[in-house]
Design a protein around this ligand. Structure first.
Ligand code: PLP
Length: 381
């Protein structure tokens, strides 16, 4: 009889992974599944980055690095952040194997048993799990009733936040909604965070994938540098999901604490991957622009296809996801979508947003059209 730690009982396996497994199972049976559930770009990693990774291996960059990352990469990241108006020196940066690890370590360093953490719903699946593993208590502010926008929900946030609040998580551009929060919304967050002395995690992993709006980094607002942990990564903008590379940038006292967790858990991010990361920040903006153009065409296509079936959705302004309204039992809807239409989506409940399903448009225009035709044929849209 196993005697597991109580903390693992507090969390469920990732819903997005579960959908992916179901899609793979059907595919193994020979079923042609249109997979709109994935959270990764469908482009290869740009060749310059792959070459830099190969070169780094050839050059022998295969041992441990300094725990917080190689100096060239920490420098490149701090320069990149300064370009976004964020005060950041290399010593403020911890390079991690993926943004997920950066978030995990930050939550571990800040959240004690019973501490209050605020999430803006719909929220990415892993935030809740990370907070629960740390023993934190969740307070949730629903942006769903405000078209997924934060500005009209600031009063709700003001009502939820207090001097007891330890941490607020802000993710813009958002997974799963594609919303990009305006400067006015972020200023509202700043005012509340300063008033109640709250630390904020700004998960900006999709900040290079935007269409209509250019998002501002939360840490660049007056009063925020000293209370913001900026998290970002290479998975999405540079199509590097499997390389596992991300980072956090934070004030030094927090970096000191996070570094203990980092050093005792992962030691460092993979050496040659960090070298590839330097190349990503140095040279591939045009590849990023090409990918973003493709995502923008698909975004427009998804919005049009839904409108053709009488479903108007707010136009996602960033990332590569859209939330489509479903009947209230979104889990049953998503089950029918995969079982009957062979279209994989993620039920909104996974993001604490029942009555929606998330579709990823990291898929070709042809597959998107096919997917929506199938959903329509089954009466699902
Ligand atoms: N944050 C958000 C909002 C995400 O959607 C993801 C990936 O799906 C991550 C963080 C983690 O990305 P990675 O660990 O691949 O850098």
């Amino acid at each position: 009889e196993w005697n597991f730690a109580e903390r693992v009982g507090r969390v469920e396996p990732s819903a997005t992974v579960a959908v992916g497994n179901k899609a793979s199972e059907l595919q193994e049976q020979g079923v042609d599944v249109v997979d709109l559930s994935v959270g990764e770009p469908d482009f290869p990693t740009p060749e310059r980055i792959r070459e830099a990774g190969r070169q780094a291996i050839s050059d022998g960059h295969t041992g441990y690095t300094a725990s917080s990352g190689i100096p060239e990469l920490r420098q490149a990241i701090s320069t990149d952040l300064k370009g976004k108006g964020v005060a950041c020196e290399p010593g403020n940066v911890v390079v991690t194997p993926g943004a997920k690890q950066a978030l995990f370590e930050t939550v571990q360093a800040l959240v004690d048993e019973g501490d209050e953490v605020i999430l803006l719903d719909p929220a990415w699946v892993s935030y809740e799990a990370m907070v629960k593993l740390a023993g934190g208590d969740l307070t949730r502010v629903d942006l769903g009733q405000h078209g997924f926008d934060l500005e009209p929900a600031l009063d709700d946030l003001a009502a939820a936040i207090s001097d007891e609040t330890q941490l607020l998580l802000v993710n813009s551009p958002s997974n799963p909604t594609g919303a990009v929060f305006s400067d006015a919304a972020l200023e509202g967050v700043r005012d509340l965070a300063v008033e109640h002395d709250v630390t904020v995690i700004a998960d900006e992993i999709y900040d290079r994938i935007t269409y209509d709006a250019d998002p501002t980094s939360l840490a660049s607002f007056d009063g925020m540098a000293e209370r913001t942990v900026t998290v970002n990564g290479f998975s999405k903008a540079y199509s590097m999901t499997g390389w596992r590379l991300g980072y956090l940038a934070a004030p030094e006292p927090l970096v000191d604490q996070v570094s203990k967790i980092h050093g005792h858990s992962v030691t460092c991010a993979p050496n040659f991957v960090q070298h590839a990361g330097v190349e990503a920040l140095r040279s591939v903006e045009s590849d990023v622009a090409t990918m973003v153009e493709a995502f923008e065409r698909r975004r427009d296509l998804v919005v049009d296809l839904l409108a053709d079936h009488g479903k108007e959705i707010p136009k996602p302004e960033g990332a590569f996801y859209a939330m489509i309204p479903t009947p209230s039992d979104d889990v049953a809807w998503a089950d029918a979508a995969i079982e009957d239409a062979h279209v994989a989506t993620v039920p909104g409940s996974a993001f604490n947003a029942p009555g929606y399903a998330r579709v990823s448009y990291a898929a070709s225009e042809e597959r998107l059209k096919e997917g929506f035709e199938r959903l329509a044929a089954e009466g699902l849209i």
